[in-house]
Design a protein around this ligand. Sequence first.
Ligand SMILES: CC(C)(COP(=O)(O)OP(=O)(O)OC[C@H]1O[C@@H](n2cnc3c(N)ncnc32)[C@H](O)[C@@H]1OP(=O)(O)O)[C@@H](O)C(=O)NCCC(=O)NCCS
Length: 132
Amino acid sequence: MEIEKKISDSVIDMVELVLPNDVNLLNNLKGGTLMHWIDIAAALTASKHSNHIVATVAMDSLDFKHPIKLGEMVRLVATMVSVGNTSMKIKVEVWAENLQTGSVIMTNEANLVFVALDDNGRPVRVPRLIEG
Ligand SMILES: CC(C)(COP(=O)(O)OP(=O)(O)OC[C@H]1O[C@@H](n2cnc3c(N)ncnc32)[C@H](O)[C@@H]1OP(=O)(O)O)[C@@H](O)C(=O)NCCC(=O)NCCS
């Protein structure tokens, strides 16, 4: 396995469309659905960096500053922030785009910690993180 990787090697840029099954009675994206998408984007970044199966061990507080509406496009960008021995901290930024007006608003930011696991589910060392 490579002993170091660049931040840019594992950036995930993920896009979702808010469909009727994703919204609450106000036609706003459900918080749990957004948390699921954030978890997936961050897990992909952690997997790309480590080339291992990963498990979520922590997610910091998540503020919902702007509702995301039915029919809007949601962009999630997940980026490695730092690594420990077996753990990886990942930041996910979320933007909502109204496809009728073209307006784009940053709606959320979250930090998550993942651990890389070997085939027996035990924590395994991850590559160092370098700028670039
Ligand atoms: C992931 C897991 C195997 C780690 O086992 P563990 O016995 O806690 O292992 P360790 O104590 O050695 O911790 C491993 C790393 O995670 C870090 N860590 C553990 N809990 C953490 C937390 N709440 N916040 C931040 N980091 C944490 C440790 O600091 C350590 O980091 P390092 O190796 O970079 O120094 C175990 O916690 C687990 O199975 N958790 C459940 C995961 C899960 O089901 N997630 C949801 C579905 S993916």
